[in-house]
Ligand binder design. Structure first.
Ligand code: AMP
Length: 420
């Protein structure tokens, strides 16, 4: 019978990759906690309307990438393609804004987009997502970006490229939109079908088009930073000044418009040359109207989403090995009486939090020693029929290949001391 495989674009995360994932998650918890964030866990499934209103009808995500279905023919539901809309839904539903003026939240979990799968691009992928709701000052933007780079640095990542831009606000963006439309006027026929449609819905998105002819046209287009109003310009300059305070290098990328409609003012991406075609690890930005667009009060927000798979791909496997060490003790037991003693000792040690492993089947000593080696155990306890009769066991230090005898009655105590 044929085996059943996973759905295309949906990927299993296997050990030791999961060790790396855990290490990333633990580092995230530690760093974000220090910066005052609290974890939020939100459902994978939401009402479709949330994403249509939140992300924007004319975005690629909403237009063609969502996993949407009618629940028993009644209600349209969607597997979340990103976390920000859901976090804000929860923030409003539970009136978190009433409790505090600054709310810092983060969440880690899977997102779903029906994109064409390729290396670094999946249909179920994971994101580490943070949001700050409340403040709209530029220091908040800089602090969020600095925390992000600190987190990535703590994971050992270097040679990252931070790109920032300002998308302006409701006051200055219409002028830019007008300038783009007049720039493209008369050249509509040269654009791809998607971009022609974008002209009517969201002309800014043309900057994101990967079609060569569109990219060539748009490379001559007017740029957003030249249209910023005084407020937006000052905001953006202050963000940059705060980044410089920390000697944080960055590149201004006037063409970065990001794929989601809700962004205003500061937007940013972190890319890495080591990732190949899908080189964006993090995307984020400020959204000053999203909370209101989702039915809430006039509250500003800013956040970022890190692509977990891409982040994990940048961390060498060896690093995670060091983080998740093998057992302290492997117990190689031979014969029923020894196996029983080993079973008792092994599980008692584990209950004390000491990593211990054994082979319940009691295979040959050679194969058990091989396994101890493979697991990179620090010590191996050899417990055979003869040792039991003599009321002792052999403790082998794997690194030095030396052995010593210890009495059975002192076993647990000795190992516990060793593990300290
Ligand atoms: P976005 O929510 O589109 O701003 O994406 C934020 C980050 O999520 C990107 O920089 C990627 O690292 C990651 N990401 C987005 N889409 C995918 C995907 N289909 N597969 C893997 N990672 C993704």
């Amino acid at each position: 019978m044929e085996i059943i495989t996973a759905v295309r674009g949906f990927k299993d995360i296997l050990p030791p990759e999961t060790d790396k994932w855990r290490h990333i998650e633990e580092t995230a918890h530690e760093v974000f906690r220090a910066f005052g964030y609290r974890e939020i866990r939100i459902p994978l499934l939401e009402k479709t309307e949330l994403f249509c209103r939140g992300i924007g009808e004319s975005t690629d995500i909403v237009e063609k990438e969502m996993y949407t279905f009618l629940d028993r023919g009644e209600e349209s539901l969607t597997l979340r393609p990103e976390a920000t809309a859901s976090v804000i839904r929860a923030y409003l539903e539970h009136t978190l804004h009433a409790a505090e003026t600054v709310t810092k939240l983060y969440t880690i979990g899977p997102m779903f987009r029906r994109e064409r799968p390729q290396k670094g691009r999946y249909r179920q992928f994971h994101q580490i997502d943070t949001e700050i709701l409340g403040p709209d000052d530029p220091r908040t933007d800089a602090e969020l970006i600095l925390m992000l780079l600190h987190f990535l640095g703590k994971l050992g990542l270097r040679d990252l490229n931070l790109e920032i831009n300002s998308l302006g606000c409701a006051q200055c963006r219409p002028a830019f939109r007008g300038a783009i439309l007049s720039f493209l006027h008369g050249r509509e026929e040269e654009l791809c079908g998607d971009c022609r449609r974008r002209l009517g819905t969201n002309p800014l998105r043309i900057f994101d088009c990967k079609v060569e002819t569109c990219a060539a046209i748009i490379s001559q287009a007017p740029l957003l930073p030249d249209f910023l109003c005084t407020g937006c310009r000052e905001h953006f300059e202050k963000v940059q000044a705060c980044l410089r305070l920390f000697d944080q290098p960055f590149h201004l990328n006037a063409k970065m418009v990001r794929g989601l409609d809700y962004y205003t003012r500061t937007t940013f991406e972190v890319t890495s040359g080591s990732l190949g075609a899908q080189n964006a690890v993090v995307g984020g930005g400020r959204y000053d109207h999203l909370v209101r667009d989702l039915g809430g009060p006039d509250i500003s927000g800013i956040g970022f989403a890190i692509g977990f798979e891409r982040l994990a791909a940048m961390i060498p496997d060896g690093d995670a090995d060091a983080v998740v060490p093998g057992p302290v003790l492997f117990i190689a037991a031979l014969g029923e009486t020894a196996l029983e003693k080993a079973f008792l000792l092994c599980n008692r040690l584990r209950m004390k939090g000491i990593r211990a492993e054994m082979d319940h089947a009691g295979r040959s000593l050679k194969s058990q020693m091989k396994r101890a080696d493979k697991l990179k155990s620090l010590y191996t306890l050899i417990l055979g029929e003869r040792e039991i009769l003599e009321n002792k066991a052999l403790l082998r230090t794997m690194r030095t290949s030396t052995q010593e005898e210890i009495g059975l009655d002192r076993l647990e105590e000795t190992i516990t001391d060793l593990a300290r």
